[in-house]
Ligand binder design. Structure first.
Ligand SMILES: Cc1cc2nc3c(=O)[nH]c(=O)nc-3n(C[C@H](O)[C@H](O)[C@H](O)COP(=O)(O)OP(=O)(O)OC[C@H]3O[C@@H](n4cnc5c(N)ncnc54)[C@H](O)[C@@H]3O)c2cc1C
Length: 419
């Protein structure tokens, strides 16, 4: 079949869809389906429900599984091959994340986010930084973290209390970061700090630094008793006169805020993929149960309130998935284009779409996991039936990498620009 590329204009976008036989092509390729199958096989073998429940109870990171997944190429599937990655794109990364979170949300998040923040090095880092950190991440020898949030600045990171001051050749960093994924186990942490305290607006004076584990003055404590994703470890990072040099600057001096926003614009589509996987996993448990559980003489799926509820959730999951894949695909188109032209300016429709995907998929994850508990009734409320954990795990997707309120504000900001 002849494939051709056509320009399709819509009121909001100028996108290029690959069309097959005059129809937009919504099929995953054979290679992409193979990636999904390989991850599913891995999860069926390794993500044992008993293990997931045990690690959830103990709030313990699945380090062995992380290493195995990394060695199979799953955690850095979108990294270039020259650093040990698989050379695929954001869409393939989303397929991995979705499959893992479908099998178990907490293990899925913990493992797939083991390299969280390292895309900042990939996008903006120096050659030396890339060579030092990326190959070890690809082999599963390193875990990374990225620290933007502070006790007084979560959604609004335009002004920071963490300050880096230059004395001679050294930067002295002081401040506190909180809710940092992987911080207690990370080999390095990328920290956003205020480097110019006088400039206005304040976000024009922020810089990213990469700080190695064990650097004097860097103190990390684990935050316990989370509601969900309990085997993904979260920590507080204290910086007390942490001394680094210009070598440790990631990207440009005083451009850290912009780098962070561009990073989040793309990376939040992975949270959408987490949410799609969680929604799907809980729905599958509920669907199977509804075909078996009998009340009033029939399987409960034959009670329309249950059966049609499951049909409605399945429809919403499919819509969330399409939005997520489209957003991921757009990120990939942008990156391909940027590689060719050297021009790094994201079309505003891309961050809008990644925000829409995260906003919608996270809502559906919460709804689907909640409905799954309802379908299982009293059993759904018990840990052994797993859906209560899916529900606890799903809630975080509405909070981290920008809350749902912030996603709505982002979407509105772009809509106002477009219309
Ligand atoms: C498990 C976990 C892992 C995390 N991992 C990381 C990480 O790795 N790195 C990192 O830097 N951060 C991380 N975070 C932090 C997370 O990104 C922040 O919690 C989130 O951005 C919200 O910030 P906040 O908690 O300070 O809430 P706040 O900003 O105080 O917001 C509180 C409420 O007010 C709403 N709100 C705030 N501003 C507005 C507004 N303008 N309009 C309308 N509503 C508004 C919010 O949506 C929210 O509902 C993590 C958090 C958790 C819980």
């Amino acid at each position: 079949m002849v494939r051709r590329v056509e320009e399709v204009s819509t009121p909001t976008h100028n996108l290029t869809y690959v069309r097959d036989n005059d129809m937009p092509n919504f099929q995953l390729s054979e290679e992409q389906l193979e990636i999904k199958r390989a991850v599913r096989e891995f999860c069926e073998k390794e993500f044992k429900p008993e293990l997931a429940l045990e690690l959830d109870r103990k709030e313990e990171y699945p380090i062995e599984l992380y290493r195995k997944a990394a060695q199979l190429g799953f955690t850095t599937i979108h990294f270039p091959q020259e650093y040990g990655g698989q050379g695929y794109g954001t869409l393939e990364m989303c397929l991995v994340v979705e499959e893992m979170c479908r099998a178990d949300p907490s293990l899925g998040v913990a493992i797939s986010a083991g390299v969280f923040g390292s895309d900042l090095i990939l996008e903006y880092g120096t050659q030396e930084q890339k060579e030092k950190y990326l190959p070890k991440l690809c082999k599963g020898e390193y875990i990374s973290a990225a620290a933007f949030t502070e006790p007084n600045h979560g959604s609004d990171i335009t002004k920071l209390d963490t300050v880096a001051t230059k004395y001679g050749n050294e930067w002295w960093i002081n401040g506190t970061k909180t809710f940092i994924t992987n911080a207690p186990i990370a080999d390095f942490i990328i920290v956003l700090a205020q480097t110019d305290t006088r400039v206005r607006p304040t976000y024009r004076g922020q810089t990213l630094f990469v700080i190695d584990k064990g650097t004097p003055g860097l103190e990390v404590t684990k935050l316990s008793n989370k509601m969900g994703i309990r085997c993904s470890v979260t920590g507080e990072v204290k910086l007390d006169n942490v001394k680094v040099t210009d070598w440790h600057i990631v990207g440009q001096l005083n451009r850290g805020f912009y780098h962070t926003i561009e990073f989040l614009d793309a990376s939040r589509v992975a949270v959408a993929a987490q949410a799609v996987g969680m929604a799907q996993g809980a729905w599958e448990i509920a669907f199977k149960y509804a075909k078996q559980r009998v009340t009033f003489g029939v399987p409960i799926i034959q009670h329309q309130l249950i059966g049609c509820g499951l049909a409605e959730i399945a429809t919403k999951i499919e819509a969330a998935r399409l939005l997520t894949y489209k957003a991921a695909w757009l990120v990939d188109q942008y990156r391909e284009q940027a590689k060719k032209t050297g021009e790094k300016k994201m079309d505003p429709t891309i961050p809008m779409l990644t925000s829409m995907a995260k906003l919608y998929a996270s809502r559906i994850a919460v709804e689907s996991t909640d409905f799954a508990i309802q379908v299982l009734g009293g059993y759904g409320y018990m840990a052994d039936y797993r859906v209560e954990k899916y529900h606890r795990d799903a809630k975080i997707t509405e909070i981290y990498e920008g809350t749902s309120e912030i996603q709505k504000l982002t979407i509105l900001q772009y809509l106002l620009r477009l219309y």
